[in-house]
Design a protein around this ligand. Structure first.
Ligand code: DC
Length: 225
């Protein structure tokens, strides 16, 4: 079974997706990490972020792999071309580079094909922006998870403080979140939008455990154990 979780950055998708997967015994696929890995490789290769052809070639030809601890269905990290980039894809530099990279149709085509291949190999919680609309439109459970831009900015600042990376200036982070929302929702290729049959969940001011329980209940209604 596929559980699709889409929504803007900072809505809590990763936390929720991992917890739902652990509760139900599913694996988890973080599709944003794949776009980030392509952006990392482009910067590494010195490719221009405007060179759609070069970016498409990277997405088609460099193998992206998720690696696991033995017996654990939850991925521990991600590599591209054999190089572990788990930490390197979480920097502010990649935050900036990934939007233009993910807007390139050839990049999306290559990564969507890989996502379908991975997802069809088992039970997966798949998080991203276009999972319910494009990658797995037949998914029995689709969630569109949102939170106010202000709440997402507060969460991001806390996260940046904890990880000692990125800006800890609330206004700057809020402006960046609004800019990324605009880019992700207005791009021509697979813009961020809810699937018609998605359940909308707003995590603003809610305990994350309640959101997790609600998604697990939806999945159980569709036959997950
Ligand atoms: O979820 P994230 O912040 O790691 O995603 C990184 C970028 O990739 C973000 O700018 C949106 C883009 N993305 C996408 O276009 N489609 C997806 N399915 C997942 C992420």
């Amino acid at each position: 079974m596929i559980i699709a979780i889409d929504g803007p950055s900072g809505a809590g998708k990763s936390t929720v997706a991992k917890a739902v997967a652990r509760t139900l015994g599913f694996s988890c696929l973080d599709t944003g990490a794949m776009y980030r890995a392509v952006a990392w490789q482009a910067l590494e290769d010195g490719a221009s972020l405007e060179d759609a052809e070069a970016l498409g070639r990277i997405a088609r030809e460099r193998e992206i792999a998720f690696f696991h601890d033995p017996g654990d269905p939850m991925p521990k990290g991600v590599s591209i071309g054999g190089q572990d980039v788990s930490a390197a894809i979480r920097t502010a530099e990649i935050d900036r580079a990934v939007s233009p990279v993910s807007a390139v149709p050839a990049v999306r085509e290559a990564l969507v094909a890989q996502q379908r291949r991975i997802g069809r190999s088992g039970d997966y919680v798949v998080e991203g922006r276009d999972i319910g609309t494009t990658v797995f439109p037949e998914a029995p459970v689709k969630v569109f998870l949102t939170a106010s831009a202000e709440e997402r900015a507060h969460r991001r600042v806390r996260q940046n403080v904890d990880r000692s990376v990125g800006s800890i200036d609330y206004e700057e982070v809020l402006a960046d979140i609004r800019r990324r929302d605009e880019v992700d929702s207005s791009r021509a290729a697979s813009p961020l939008r809810p699937a018609d049959d998605a359940v909308h969940l707003d995590s603003t001011g809610r305990y994350i455990e309640d959101v997790i329980d609600e998604i697990c209940a939806l999945a159980r209604e569709k036959g997950a154990r």
